[in-house]
Write a protein that binds this ligand. Structure first.
Ligand SMILES: [Zn+2]
Ligand SMILES: [Zn+2]
Length: 225
């Protein structure tokens, strides 16, 4: 029982480390253990490659303004309060071009959404990066589809039929596995899947007075050896 729990914990920690490394360096540093098809009982214990994170392009508001002024031969004016648009608070900066609040409108009456006059981006500073990062399959580069939302994580799946991960898994099945797969497709993990954890890591630390809301066995479904 203890061994099982330790194994699940180690695999869970590997997933977190890989996720954090990907966020830090922007690419996967660890190779996948195997691309073989995995039966459902074991699939929660398989550690996949990390997806490709497409980070949004960064612009420079000073260059954009200079470009505008050169093209139109007139000054690019800061924002003025309009009928339904107030100005953004002083500490808000456009996450895409870095424009200060003097170029930003409050776009929804103080509820956290702003509009940048320089690069025309609508954003909420709290979730701009989360929303604008596109996840791609590490095997075929196609955009992953979000298929499930759980309490602490989202599940993304590559639905590309020509994906090498999917094709290789199909090819490496035995005859009886193929027949089984036709009848029970949910029993095999053949497509690339990524779980994106959304919970706060802080409660997991020993010092924190708040106990973790996450229990490992709920994320890693127990398997029967
Ligand atoms: Zn901007
Ligand atoms: Zn793919």
């Amino acid at each position: 029982m203890i061994n099982k729990f330790l194994l699940e914990t180690v695999i869970y920690l590997i997933e977190i480390i890989k996720y954090l490394m990907t966020l830090l360096v922007g690419k996967n540093l660890l190779k996948s253990i195997s691309d073989e098809p995995v039966k459902k009982e074991y699939r929660k214990l398989q550690v996949d490659d990390q997806p490709i994170f497409d980070v949004p392009e960064k612009l420079n508001y000073k260059l954009l303004i200079a470009e505008y002024e050169f093209k139109h031969g007139k000054e690019f004016a800061p924002v003025k309060p309009r009928k339904n648009k107030a100005l953004a608070p002083k500490d808000v900066i456009c996450p895409k071009c870095g424009a200060p609040h003097t170029y930003l409108y409050d776009n929804n009456g103080g509820r956290g959404q702003y509009l940048c006059k320089v690069c025309d981006t609508t954003f909420n500073p709290k979730n701009y990066y989360q929303k604008s990062i596109v996840l791609r399959c590490p095997h075929c580069s196609k955009t992953l589809e979000r298929i499930k939302a759980r309490k602490d994580f989202y599940v993304y799946k590559c639905k590309n039929d020509n994906c090498s991960f999917y094709q290789n898994n199909l090819k490496s099945m035995t005859k009886s596995e193929k027949q089984d797969f036709k009848k029970n497709p949910g029993k095999f993990k053949v497509r690339y899947i990524f779980r994106d954890f959304t919970f706060d890591f802080k409660p997991l630390s020993k010092e924190s007075p708040v106990k973790s809301m996450v229990s490992f066995p709920t994320i890693l479904i127990p398997f029967t050896p």
